[in-house]
Design a protein around this ligand. Structure first.
Ligand code: PHE
Length: 348
């Protein structure tokens, strides 16, 4: 449309411009700027031009015409103002699309860890025996031949010293031959009795190492809890009563348990204890699993550490912690305890 044709009356132009102001699109930045230049531009804006034509208007109509032109300018200005403020509003809406108060997204939820099932089992064992008045002692995992074997009354050619069972280490000097990774926690019996005289009532939790065939129930390293009680008048009946009470509190009152005569160089008489492992898939509905060795401390052992074996007697036991955990949680293979598969560990 043309606004500067001299043949068009100012009234007609005002009508046309007014309609154009209303119908022009101002939905984005470019359109708003084009609108401003077309209608309100200082040099060639349509409304500005109309003001310039005021001289054509007869004197008695100028006042009214001036008011109409001002109204037209006002109309253009307010359309521009509202288009501008809408743009500001919508751009700040975009900025607030990000909700800074939302919790962050991480690739996978961070799950809290828990104690390894073996640590849990060891803690339970310690707690039970502390309840029966035992204190806790520890010893080194790297042992000398004296504590691991000789002081425990192993005959010089006993097969337990054989390469089959023991991880031998290179001796640091000729004076300390026969350095081994301890094959059991029994050497700590010797260490305790070297330091302390009866009455003695200790347990020894710890790691032990054996160079034996690996299977579902045996691994090259495992944990034991050793027990040692030395006092006047200690008998095998005390040992049995202690172990029955222990098994009832660890496995529950209905646990099936048996003593089998056995042999250890450092106890006489000796026994092994088995626990019935219920497994409906087996023909007998389960099987016996050996959990500990025990016996009355051999008088030779007491004499080796300078305790009068005429006056004192004692009992000792050494239990396998992995097997306790396996029985309690029905874990079918000892190796699961060392694989660190979180899917397994998470269950406990
Ligand atoms: N030390 C023996 C073993 O590892 C267990 C045991 C401990 C036996 C104490 C008797 C007394 O097999």
């Amino acid at each position: 449309m043309s606004t500067d044709s001299p043949t068009t009356s100012i009234e007609e132009q005002i009508e046309a411009v007014s309609a154009e102001i209303d119908s022009t699109s101002v939905t984005n930045v470019d359109e708003v700027e084009a609108f401003r230049i077309r209608f309100l531009g200082r040099k060639s804006g349509v409304v500005t031009d109309l003001f310039a034509r005021m001289s054509e208007v007869p004197g008695d109509q100028r006042r009214e015409m001036g008011q109409r032109l001002n109204a037209l300018k006002q109309r253009a200005q307010s359309r521009l103002d509202s288009a501008l403020s809408e743009q500001v509003a919508s751009s700040s809406e975009k900025a607030t699309d990000i909700d800074l108060t939302l919790p962050g997204r991480v690739p996978a939820p961070i799950e809290p860890g828990s104690l390894h099932v073996l640590t849990q089992t060891l803690n339970d064992l310690k707690q039970i025996f502390q309840g029966y008045g035992f204190s806790i002692a520890y010893g080194p995992e790297i042992e000398d031949d004296w504590h691991n074997f000789t002081a425990l009354n192993f005959p010089p050619e006993h097969p337990a010293r054989d390469m089959q069972d023991t991880f031998f280490l290179e001796a640091p000097s000729d004076e300390t031959p026969g350095v081994v990774l301890r094959t059991h926690t029994s050497p700590v019996q010797i260490r305790v009795m070297e330091e302390q005289k009866p009455p003695i009532r200790v347990i020894v939790p710890g790691r032990v190492f054996r160079n034996e065939a690996i299977s579902y129930k045996s691994y090259c390293l495992f944990h034991q809890v050793e027990g040692l009680v030395v006092d006047e008048g200690v008998t095998f009946a005390d040992l049995k009563a202690m172990l029955y009470a222990f098994a009832a509190s660890f496995f529950g009152g209905d646990v099936k348990m048996r003593f089998r005569p056995s042999y250890f160089p450092f106890t006489e008489p000796s026994a092994e204890v088995d626990i019935w492992w219920v497994d409906e898939r087996l023909p007998d509905g389960g099987r016996w699993l050996e959990i500990l060795g025990c016996g009355m401390v051999d008088p030779n052992v007491l004499e080796n550490v300078g305790i009068d074996s005429e006056r004192y007697t004692g009992y000792a036991f050494g239990m396998g912690v992995e097997r306790m955990a396996m029985l309690r949680h029905d874990i079918p293979d000892i190796r699961l305890l060392y694989e660190n598969d979180v899917r397994f560990l998470k269950q406990f």
